[in-house]
Design a protein around this ligand. Structure first.
Ligand SMILES: NC(=O)c1ccc[n+]([C@@H]2O[C@H](COP(=O)([O-])OP(=O)(O)OC[C@H]3O[C@@H](n4cnc5c(N)ncnc54)[C@H](O)[C@@H]3O)[C@@H](O)[C@H]2O)c1
Ligand SMILES: [Zn+2]
Length: 294
């Protein structure tokens, strides 16, 4: 017997949704001159970015060829269940991601956004809300930044919950020379006691990456800040996100529905494209500077 059921999603929880299908209702404009005019008169601008903006910096997205690490789907390791099952394997994966991101440089897309804020930040409210955890927006110079899903260079104690910045490489001795993405490497055997641990007196518990994993809730104050910016923006630029990871995926469609102008920058259409006013196809490192640089 096949049971078809509808799941009511708790939208503060990070989750994938492939349920959404769209029929092309209308054609999006790709008139850059017109959009630049709109941007000029805008007072509150939100950039909503995803993994695609960092693709040209050499950081794999979760979709497509880069979505695999060893034989694992990257998104399947970004879960509390995977960490419970093998903290060693998940720490190897995150050690690898920390090393890749540390060697990467912000690209022309990150830089165009940061320079735009530098130039117009005193006359307009300009906010970057990112799903990325790689820190590249901040390294490009973005100041008003909301990191929805945490940061690769922060740890959180599983017991006392203390969040600390940590840019050490490797984060602990046992992870040195680990994390290679080679698909022939099976499992991971680092003893738990050799993984990163809390240094707080009286605690000493296991640390985890301070990342919101699939199935977990966003931090309420972060979600609140992002929601407020989304409610106030008159223009939203959605860049390099597949718009399938909730709750971020509903931000821009909601803004468009209440009348904000939304422009999407991506290399291919997404399930949300038809809900937006503008669609600019191409790598963000090329298209964003065309719109943001004078
Ligand atoms: N760099 C990172 O920090 C990073 C990397 C991988 C995954 N993640 C996490 O995984 C989840 C994935 O969701 P997501 O929507 O951010 O990413 P995603 O992997 O689901 O989708 C990436 C999107 O970027 C587009 N894209 C690829 N190259 C591009 C380019 N050069 N210019 C413009 N667009 C391009 C793709 O077409 C796709 O729509 C998020 O929760 C995020 O935190 C983060
Ligand atoms: Zn602790």
């Amino acid at each position: 017997m096949i049971i078809i059921s509808l799941r009511i999603q708790k939208y503060s929880t990070l989750c994938f949704s492939f349920v959404k299908t769209q029929i092309m209702k209308s054609r999006q404009s790709s008139d850059m001159v017109k959009f630049k005019d709109t941007l000029k008169s805008a007072k509150n601008i939100v950039f909503l970015s995803g993994a695609g903006i960092s693709a040209e910096s050499g950081i794999p997205t979760f979709r497509g060829a880069g979505g695999l690490w060893r034989k694992y789907q990257a998104s399947s390791l970004a879960t509390p269940g995977a960490f419970k099952n093998s903290p060693s394997l998940v720490w190897e994966f995150y050690h690898y991601r920390r090393e890749v991101a540390a060697k990467a440089q912000p690209n022309a897309g990150h830089i165009a956004i940061a320079n735009y804020e530098k130039k117009y930040g005193s006359e307009k409210s300009i906010t970057v809300i990112t799903q990325n955890v790689d820190g590249l927006h901040a390294r490009a110079g973005t100041k008003k930044l909301i990191e929805l899903h945490g940061n690769l260079y922060k740890t959180r104690c599983i017991k006392c919950k203390e969040v600390l910045e940590n840019t050490e490489s490797p984060i602990c001795e046992a992870l040195a020379n680990r994390g290679a993405p080679d698909e022939n490497i099976i499992g991971s055997d680092i003893p738990i006691k050799s993984l990163p641990h809390c240094k707080k007196p009286g605690c000493g518990s296991l640390l985890r990456p301070h990342i919101i994993w699939f199935g977990e809730s966003l931090e309420p104050e972060v979600l609140e800040k992002a929601s407020t910016e989304m409610e106030q923006c008159d223009v939203c630029i959605v860049v390099g996100t597949s718009s399938v990871v909730y709750p971020a995926a509903m931000f821009a469609p909601q803004a468009a529905a209440r009348g904000a102008i939304v422009a999407e920058f991506n290399v291919e259409p997404t399930p949300a494209t038809t809900e937006f006013h503008y669609y600019f196809e191409g790598p963000a490192g090329t298209t964003l500077p065309l719109v943001l640089n004078d």
